[in-house]
Design a protein around this ligand. Structure first.
Ligand code: ME8
Length: 502
């Protein structure tokens, strides 16, 4: 069976990783974990984007050679994924021979086919975005200078006048539009598709794919005065990684990217693949952006949030949870320590943590710590409805609707809390101990399922819940039967999973 191939963007290494980077990669990891729990083979790719002027400048500011600089920052990204419980199957660097070889071959093949030709570029270049702009597209700045039209950038642009290779993007408009039509799931979320379609319908220009002024890059095959434009280079990482591991991985099932790089992934990249005669990815999904305390994160404001600072205070799982609970995937949202704390206390300490604690404490007290072999006759809980929440969450994750998945799960957790208060086994125990025991064992059964369902978002917490209720390893239950209680598990009382934050 072909592994489900998921990619994140490869990250620029001109700055230390921040919560925006963590967002894309954790999203991909949540999807990967969900599919793995269902027993499907998955291949998750991430990596670092190491060529281009931006990196050359960052290296020189750090007084290092680009390669030394790249080695250091790329390693930081790898360590970050480990610290955030992200499990990539492959990590590609654009300075690796396997990547460089693919770029060289692709460039040469496209020169050969006529999809790349030599011309002269005259226009503007944004070093920060590594993006070319025509004069018409730019904004006017002070003193007649031109500014980057990306609303999140607006930095001064460099005027570029040079010989350049061009990719014949203009010839792919019709083919792209018919692909969008025949594959309605390709552009996602659907709210972003009209923007891409309109951009293509307005007419595509050929794009410059080489630079003569950038030395830190791959030489154009046969013409070393030019280096390959960093985006042409970077996009090919998805193909290079697949070809070097297992050719049957191709095509990717989903590229998860941020909205600001959607055009590269939804227009330029599929056109490049068409030129190369390769199959297109199944889906290109654009997520929204985080601001911090209402402000865009930027070097000038110095307000980048280091994910490790957040996890140091709240734990890895609370951070992974917050990212997807707080804003729907695909929309923009705001990060603040105050909202993180609010969610932590309400959803994790109160709703989930207390429920687990109550279940384990009561099991210790009324069941002697043992999980009963069989479920009570009941049903005391609407089991079908409860199980439907897990199935709905899993289906939502497959649609990359992570917020909806957590909403379903927390509705089920809220429902369990309400049900428990209504059944009040601590009171019933005084008059009808078997009935109280039945409610508690039903609760443990439900906690086992909750422990499974939260695993993609909160792998550590999932394991701790299962450990506490004496289920060392649990598969993903899709039906009540699969979620049957294990025999003779020992329930443990323990510390709160999420101690309240003052
Ligand atoms: O674009 N909120 O790399 P990158 C949410 N090298 N997501 C954010 C964010 C924020 N504030 N800031 C960044 C590149 N991201 C290229 C990709 S792929 C062939 C080449 C996300 O390091 C952003 O949306 O600038 C993107 O998905 C990812 O971080 C990488 O950004």
């Amino acid at each position: 069976m072909k592994p489900f191939y998921i990619t994140t963007p490869i990250y620029y290494i001109n700055a230390a990783p921040h919560i925006g980077h963590a967002y894309t990669t954790i999203a991909a990891d949540v999807l990967a974990r969900t599919l793995r729990l269902q027993g499907r083979p998955v291949h998750l790719l991430t990596g670092t984007d190491e060529h281009g002027l931006k990196i050359e400048k960052a290296a020189s500011a750090a007084k290092l050679s680009p390669r030394e600089y790249a080695d250091g920052v790329s390693a930081k990204f790898r360590e970050l994924w480990k610290a955030l419980d992200v499990l990539p199957d492959d990590f590609i660097r654009t300075t690796e021979p396997r990547h460089e070889e693919t770029v060289r071959r692709a460039f040469a093949a496209m020169i050969e086919s006529g999809d790349i030709y030599k011309g002269r570029y005259s226009g503007f270049y944004c070093v920060s975005d590594e993006t070319f702009w025509t004069e018409k597209e730019t904004l006017s700045g002070p003193g007649g200078g031109k500014l980057c039209p990306n609303p999140d950038c607006k930095r001064p642009l460099e005027r570029v006048e040079e010989e350049s290779y061009f990719f014949r993007l203009s010839t792919y408009g019709g083919k792209l539009l018919s692909h969008y039509e025949s594959h309605p799931e390709f552009l996602a979320p659907s709210s972003r598709s009209s923007e891409m379609k309109n951009f293509v319908k307005a007419g595509l220009q050929d794009i410059s794919v080489s630079r003569t002024k950038v030395r830190w890059g791959l030489p154009v095959p046969g013409d070393e005065a030019h280096t390959v434009y960093v985006w042409f280079d970077a996009l090919l990482n998805y193909l290079a990684a697949a070809e070097s591991k297992d050719a049957s991985l191709w095509p990717p099932d989903v590229h998860v990217v941020g909205k600001e790089i959607y055009r590269f992934h939804a227009v330029v990249w599929p056109a490049m693949l068409m030129a190369l005669g390769r199959e297109l990815p199944g889906k290109v999904f654009a997520h929204g952006w985080w601001t911090v305390e209402g402000e865009k994160m930027s070097k000038s404001k110095g307000n980048f949030v280091d994910p490790l600072a957040v996890t140091g205070e709240f734990g890895v799982d609370a951070f992974r949870f917050f990212l997807f609970r707080e804003m729907p995937f695909g929309q923009d949202g705001d990060f603040s320590l105050a909202s993180m704390k609010r969610r932590y206390n309400a959803d994790l300490a109160n709703d989930l943590g207390n429920l687990v604690n109550r279940g384990c404490d009561m099991a210790a007290r009324y069941l002697g710590g043992a999980i009963p072999e069989a479920l009570p006759d009941g049903p005391l809980l609407d089991r079908a409805k409860f199980m439907a929440a897990g199935a709905a969450a899993s289906a939502a994750i497959e649609r990359l609707e992570f917020g909806a998945a957590l909403h379903d799960l927390w509705t089920a957790i809220g429902g369990l809390n309400g049900w428990l208060n209504e059944k009040a086994p601590w009171t019933v125990a005084k008059t009808d101990p078997p009935k109280a025991a039945a409610v508690i064992s039903e609760l443990l059964w439900a906690l086992r399922a909750i422990g499974c369902w939260i695993a993609p978002f909160m792998p550590g917490t999932s394991a701790r819940i299962h450990e506490r209720i004496g289920v060392p390893k649990a598969p993903w239950p899709r039906t009540p039967d699969e979620a049957r209680p294990v025999s003779a598990g020992a329930v443990k009382k323990g510390e709160p999973l999420f101690p309240r934050k003052a």
